[in-house]
Design a protein around this ligand. Sequence first.
Ligand SMILES: Cc1cc2nc3c(=O)[nH]c(=O)nc-3n(C[C@H](O)[C@H](O)[C@H](O)COP(=O)(O)OP(=O)(O)OC[C@H]3O[C@@H](n4cnc5c(N)ncnc54)[C@H](O)[C@@H]3O)c2cc1C
Length: 384
Amino acid sequence: MKTDYDYIICGGGISGLLLSVKLSQDFSESNKSILIIDPDFPKTKNDRTLCFWDNKNTVWDGIITCKWDNVFFNSDDFNKTLDLGSLTYKMLSSSEFYNYSNSIIKNNKNIEVLNSNVLNFTDNKKYCNVKTSNNTFTCSKVFNSIIDWDEVKAQTKYPLLIQHFEGWVIKTDNESFNPEKATFMDFSINQDQLTQFMYILPFSKNEALVEYTLFSKRLLESNKYEAAINKYLNSLNINQYKIISKESGKIPMTCFPFFNKNSENILNIGSAGGWSKPSTGYTFKNIDKQTTRIVEFLKSHRSFDKFISKDRFWFYDLIFLDVLFYKNHLGKKLFSDMFKKNNSKTIFRFLDNKSNFIEEFKIMLSFSKTIFLSAVLKRLFNVF
Ligand SMILES: Cc1cc2nc3c(=O)[nH]c(=O)nc-3n(C[C@H](O)[C@H](O)[C@H](O)COP(=O)(O)OP(=O)(O)OC[C@H]3O[C@@H](n4cnc5c(N)ncnc54)[C@H](O)[C@@H]3O)c2cc1C
């Protein structure tokens, strides 16, 4: 095996794989030598269900499992079928994504893979070093998707909430679901002073993914997730069912500026690059967007520390997370107020960081003024 490459990608998960695919599909990048380092390569299992809203027709349509034009928001005193406009809510299983990427990577002779753990990497300006358990490699650019949770936990300036969840794909004896409509968030469950909700992605009248999700500071004991899903299914009168598969996971929800760790030749990508939307945890579409940007950015020969910077959406997320971190029980009210008082198309544009000032101002007005103003003032005096 050689020891010098153009690019080394640390971590061959969703962002590392999608970046490799896009580099190999680009005319001027496809001849670059790439090494992907990941102990678990090739991933094939359906270890995560990736949902996102997007235009009706996109490149992903060939491999998505399901899509819904109608999504539903539910809370105790309020429910609404959300108007997605020109968007569709889509579900991509990671196994399909891994198959798709692995087949492209396998056919590119310039991409090599090493099953190993990355121990560290450094930018020496003229070249980078990447150290694994058995080797040291050099390269021009490093793309790192290995998240350092300890680093985020060790600081207090940017609160860290964890989006954690367990989901079951179940098959019911009776017709229990409406396959035309996904439940985006159901806050009707007991909040227990936390922010927690269920969602349902129905594949047919008898089959759906039912997922229990929390935005909170700490994980639950493992039996609590199961108990909550059982209770929820009972409340829907779904008692006869078979569990087909289970998934669980956690996503960082933080405005910790991961991008400050980017250097001239090292770029942090995926969740490790701060690409998970801090206020929602949605990441996949951002990975899709940012990996396309990287391919173009490489042509400019600019330093990677210029790749991402703070914008006003980062600040909105920061305020939202400050509120949820210190008053975690408010999540249900905040999401309900937002969906009750705003047009859903505007909300999805806002969550995609594509809204304009007037739309954002209207969304801010739907929240309690005292809570948000005090959070804004606290930040303005502490951060800037
Ligand atoms: C169960 C689950 C469901 C999700 N659902 C959604 C969703 O519906 N919509 C959405 O937008 N986002 C979702 N996400 C969030 C996000 O899209 C995924 O976490 C996505 O995998 C992030 O991609 P990534 O490349 O940052 O991380 P990963 O895909 O986790 O890739 C990181 C890679 O680094 C490797 N690695 C770790 N340590 C080392 C090391 N020392 N050396 C080498 N390699 C290492 C790992 O093996 C892994 O392959 C979900 C996440 C999970 C966990």
